[in-house]
Unconditional design. Structure first.
Length: 338
């Protein structure tokens, strides 16, 4: 790819959306280092890498230190412990903040087919999971999807199956080795399953339960959110051009991420990850934040955590989700009507 050409095209797209008025500076005067935790899943980290590629973090004077984790639970443990400033993750975004640990301030996308439940040949339907051991990581996107699938056939995730709670990499290894007959996971872990367990089949994915929306997004440590709102506003300003690039240039997005960040996967696998998420334009996010849709999506996952006994008396999204920074920065980012 011609990087200069892509940058020029993106700049033109941003101008067309009226983003110039957001005040993205050509040269930032003050530098701020931010420790950013992430999961290496395209729906979670795409904005991080596209912002790096376009140079928008740098333009906002942000020196990003990316730190990879395997699960959202580990991410939040690091955030609460003070070793991260912000993080990007999936279903766990509605877990720890609902306990008062972390403030959600920015959303990336909706998981559409990210979560998947895989099973061996002896399991042909969701109902066949009754009484079986299922490997997964509790409190994550995968656990949420398992809950909704089992509920759809009248099964209780707490009583009718045995959850083998493991790190996701270990859960997938257990399934491949035959230690458990099923696993609830997320892309791109399915790549290992396809390569190493020929008799496995995907029982269902997130698209089977569209009402069970999982939001991927960003949370900040409580004290960081309280004391550094100017930094988070700069973070959002840097995120916006990356988001418009991801939405408007899917082919270029997939090509870049495959070449630079997911070279261990095939182009088809990276394309699958891109298609597994629903990305929204900045203008669409403004609407979702403003009309309460975004908070409703977050609350659905918090309600799942209550249902499985992970949280008692949780805070709901109106307490842990701060849409104000995004709306202040991006409120004028919608395309202007002629």
């Amino acid at each position: 790819m011609n990087r200069r050409k892509l940058l020029q095209q993106t700049g033109a797209g941003i101008a067309a959306l009226g983003l110039g008025s957001l005040g993205i500076p050509a040269i930032a005067q003050n530098r701020t280092k931010i420790k950013v935790g992430y999961l290496h899943v395209l729906s979670v980290d795409a904005h991080l890498w596209i912002g790096e590629y376009l140079g928008t973090w740098n333009k906002e004077g942000l020196d990003i230190e990316p730190l990879e984790f395997v699960t959202g639970i580990q991410l939040f443990q690091a955030l609460v412990g003070g070793s991260l400033d912000v993080l990007t993750t999936g279903g766990v975004l509605s877990n720890f903040p609902a306990r008062g640990q972390g403030k959600v301030f920015l959303l990336n996308d909706i998981e559409w087919k990210v979560g998947q439940v895989w099973a061996g040949p002896e399991i042909k339907t969701i109902a066949d999971l009754k009484g079986k051991k299922i490997a997964t990581t509790r409190g994550t996107t995968a656990h949420d999807l398992l809950y909704h699938g089992l509920s759809s056939v009248g099964l209780d995730v707490n009583k009718d199956v045995e959850i083998v709670n493991q790190r996701m990499s270990d859960a997938v290894t257990s399934f491949i080795a035959g230690a458990v007959p099923a696993v609830a996971t997320w892309v791109p872990f399915d790549v290992q399953i396809k390569a190493k367990k020929a008799d496995a089949k995907m029982l269902y994915d997130g698209s089977s339960f569209p009402d069970a929306a999982i939001v991927d997004g960003w949370a900040a440590r409580n004290d960081f959110h309280e004391k550094n709102k100017d930094v988070l506003a700069r973070f959002i300003r840097a995120w916006i051009p990356a988001n418009e690039f991801i939405v408007g240039k899917p082919k270029e997005t997939v090509q870049y991420l495959h070449q630079k960040k997911y070279s261990d996967l095939s182009m088809a696998d990276v394309e699958e990850m891109y298609q597994a998420a629903k990305f929204y334009s900045t203008a669409e996010w403004v609407k979702h934040y403003s009309d309460g849709t975004a908070a409703k999506w977050l609350n659905k996952v918090t309600e799942f955590n209550v249902a499985v006994g992970a949280i008692q008396q949780p805070m709901m999204a109106d307490k842990y989700f701060d849409p104000s920074l995004f709306l202040q920065v991006a409120g004028n980012a919608a395309p202007r009507k002629s």
